[in-house]
Design a protein around this ligand. Structure first.
Ligand SMILES: C[S@@+](CC[C@H](N)C(=O)[O-])C[C@H]1O[C@@H](n2cnc3c(N)ncnc32)[C@H](O)[C@@H]1O
Length: 479
C-alpha cells in the first residue's frame, strides 16, 4: 500500500482551494460537505464556481485574486486546481514551508495526499483510490459500489446506531454481539427499515434482541420475491441485485437465465422449481410450502421469477402463505416480458397513431379452449400482448377471425426476448400460425397483436444495434 488511508476531520478548519474551474468547484463542495470553512481564490472563476458562490453556501468565501503565502498559513488542507504549473509549484512550496497538507489536481507526484473517488451514504462513506495509477478504475468501482449500496444506507446506519447502547448492555458475548449486528444490518431489520417500514424494523429488532438474550437464534428468515426480467441480466434492478447477493438459498424458474443465476451469491443453495408447459417440476402449492419452510429455518430465501412476479407470475399466491404465517417478505418488480420483448424488437406497445392502450392477457387455456374477454380484446386502436399463447396460437387466431377481425391484422412473435438468441417473426393473423410452425418457434414466446408491429420496420433493428449489446440477437430476426 503506497498511501495511508485516513478520513480527516476538517470541521471548522480552513481549506484553501486555488483555482476557478470544475475541479476547484468539486473540491470546494466536498470540503464544505465535511463542514470546513472554504476559501476559493481565482482571478477569473468559471461558470460552475460562479454558480456555487452565487448559492452562497454557509462556510464558503470567494476572492477574485491569486493566492499568496499568507493564505496558506493556518489552513488544514490546500488544494491546487488552477491547471497552471507555475502557480501550482508556488502553492506547493508555501504549503511545504507551512507544513500544510497539499493536493495538486492530476499530479500525484506533487501531492501529500490523494483525493479518492467516494460513495457518500453519510455517515457511511466509501473512499476508493488506485494510488493515482488509474483513476478511471476507481470511478468504475465507484459506480459498482453505488449500485450495491441503497441510497438509504446512510439513514439505516443512523437508525441502527440508536440501538448501540442497548445491544452492548444486552448481549455480553462479543461474538454473539457481532453476529447480532450482522443480522441486523444485513437482515430483516435493515430490510424493513430500507423499505420504509420503521415501525416494523423496530418491532423486529425488539423480537430479535429478546431471542438473542434468551439464548435462542433469530425467530425466522425472510423471503425476497424478485422479478428477474425477461432474460437480459442488464435489465435487473439494483434492488434485485442487492437481494440476490444476500440470499442463503434461491428457488428459480425455467425462465430465469443461467447468466442471471451467476449473479446470485456464490455459496447460496440453488433449488430449481421451474415449470414447462404441461410438465411441472414442483406444484405451485409445494413451492409456496417450501418458501415457508426455508424461511422458518431462519434462511434468507430468494424466489427469483422471470419477468415481473405479479404479472402472470403467481407471485400473489406465493406471498399469501407467507403473509398468513407472519413471515417477512419483500417484492421487487421486474421488467415484464411484454415490455422487454417489445423494446428489444423495436415495437412500441402504444403509439399516438396506432394504439392508445395495451392489454396484457394470457392465452393459457385447457385443450385449446381460451377463456378470454373477446369484447375487450377486439377493441380498435389497442395492442394486445399475449403471454403463454404459443401453444394456443391457432385458437387465438380463430377467435379473432370469428369476431370479424381482418386476417391482415399485424402480429409479431418474439421468442427468447431480450436474450442473446432472441428471434422475432412478423406477419398477419392469416399467416402467423404457418410461419411460426415453419420457423419452429418455441416457448417462451410473446405474441404482440396490433398495427404497432408495423413500426418495427422503422424502429428496429439498426438503431438498436448501435447501443444494445444484444445487437446480435436482433440481427438474428427472421423477417
Ligand atoms: C408464466 S408467464 C410469466 C410472465 C412473467 N411473470 C413476466 O412478467 O414476464 C410466461 C410467459 O411469459 C412470456 N415470456 C417470458 N419471458 C419471455 C421472453 N424472454 N421472451 C418471450 N416471452 C417471454 C411467454 O409468453 C411465457 O410463456
Amino acid at each position: 500500500m503506497e498511501y495511508l488511508p485516513i478520513f480527516l476531520d476538517v470541521r471548522d478548519h480552513l481549506v484553501l482551494v486555488d483555482g476557478g474551474g470544475t475541479a476547484a468547484a468539486r473540491r470546494a463542495e466536498r470540503a464544505l460537505s465535511a463542514g470546513a470553512r472554504v476559501l476559493v481564490l481565482d482571478p477569473a472563476p468559471g461558470d460552475e464556481l460562479q454558480r456555487l458562490t452565487a448559492e452562497a453556501p454557509s462556510g464558503l468565501s470567494f476572492e477574485a485574486r491569486l493566492p499568496g503565502r499568507d493564505d496558506v498559513v493556518g489552513a488544514r488542507v490546500v488544494y491546487g486546481a488552477s491547471d497552471d504549473a507555475a502557480r501550482e509549484a508556488r502553492l506547493l512550496g508555501w504549503a511545504r514551508d507551512c507544513k500544510v497538507l497539499c493536493d495538486i489536481s492530476d499530479a500525484t507526484d506533487r501531492c501529500d495526499f490523494i483525493t479518492p473517488s467516494i460513495v457518500d451514504r453519510s455517515p457511511v462513506v466509501v473512499a476508493i483510490s488506485t494510488g493515482g495509477a488509474a483513476p478511471v478504475v476507481a470511478r468504475t468501482l465507484r459506480a459498482r459500489i453505488e449500485t450495491m449500496l441503497s441510497p438509504a444506507y446512510g439513514q439505516l446506519t443512523a437508525f441502527v446506531s440508536r440501538f448501540r447502547d442497548r445491544i452492548a448492555a444486552g448481549i455480553g458475548d462479543a461474538r454473539t454481539r457481532r453476529h447480532f449486528w450482522d443480522r441486523m444490518i444485513d437482515g430483516p431489520v435493515g430490510d424493513l427499515y430500507l423499505s420504509g417500514n420503521e415501525a416494523g424494523a423496530i418491532a423486529r429488532f425488539e423480537a430479535d434482541l429478546a431471542c438473542t438474550r434468551a439464548g435462542k437464534e433469530a425467530p425466522m428468515g425472510e423471503v425476497y420475491l424478485v422479478g428477474a426480467g425477461p432474460g437480459d441480466p442488464d435489465l435487473l434492478t439494483f434492488r434485485a441485485l442487492r437481494l440476490m447477493q444476500r440470499a442463503d438459498v434461491v428457488l428459480y424458474d425455467r425462465l430465469v437465465d443461467p447468466e442471471m443465476l451467476s449473479l446470485v451469491r456464490r455459496d447460496a443453495e440453488r433449488i430449481y422449481v421451474g415449470k414447462l408447459p404441461k410438465e411441472h417440476t414442483m406444484e405451485q402449492g409445494d413451492i409456496s410450502a417450501l418458501l415457508v419452510k426455508l424461511a422458518l429455518q431462519g434462511k434468507r430465501v430468494l424466489r427469483l421469477k422471470g419477468g415481473d412476479p405479479f404479472i402472470f407470475g403467481r407471485g400473489g399466491e406465493e406471498i399469501e402463505q407467507l403473509a398468513a404465517r407472519g413471515i417477512p417478505f419483500r417484492v421487487v418488480p421486474g421488467i415484464t416480458a411484454a415490455a422487454g420483448c417489445a423494446a428489444y424488437a423495436g415495437i412500441p406497445l402504444t403509439h399516438r397513431d396506432h394504439a392508445q392502450s395495451c392489454l396484457f392477457v394470457t392465452a393459457h387455456g385447457r385443450d385449446g379452449v381460451l377463456e378470454l374477454d373477446w369484447e375487450v380484446l377486439i377493441r380498435p386502436a389497442q395492442t394486445v400482448a399475449v403471454y403463454m399463447g404459443l401453444q394456443n396460437l391457432p385458437a387465438l387466431v380463430e377467435g379473432f377471425a370469428r369476431r370479424g377481425i381482418s386476417m391482415q391484422a399485424d402480429v409479431a412473435l418474439v421468442e427468447n426476448g431480450t436474450r442473446a438468441d432472441q428471434r422475432v417473426l412478423t406477419g398477419t393473423l392469416g399467416d402467423i400460425v404457418d410461419q411460426a410452425r415453419a420457423a419452429g418457434f418455441k416457448s417462451p414466446t410473446m405474441i404482440i397483436i396490433g398495427s404497432v408491429v408495423q413500426l418495427r420496420a422503422r424502429l428496429a433493428p439498426g438503431n438498436a444495434a448501435k447501443d444494445i449489446p444484444h445487437s446480435l440477437s436482433i440481427s438474428a430476426t427472421q423477417d
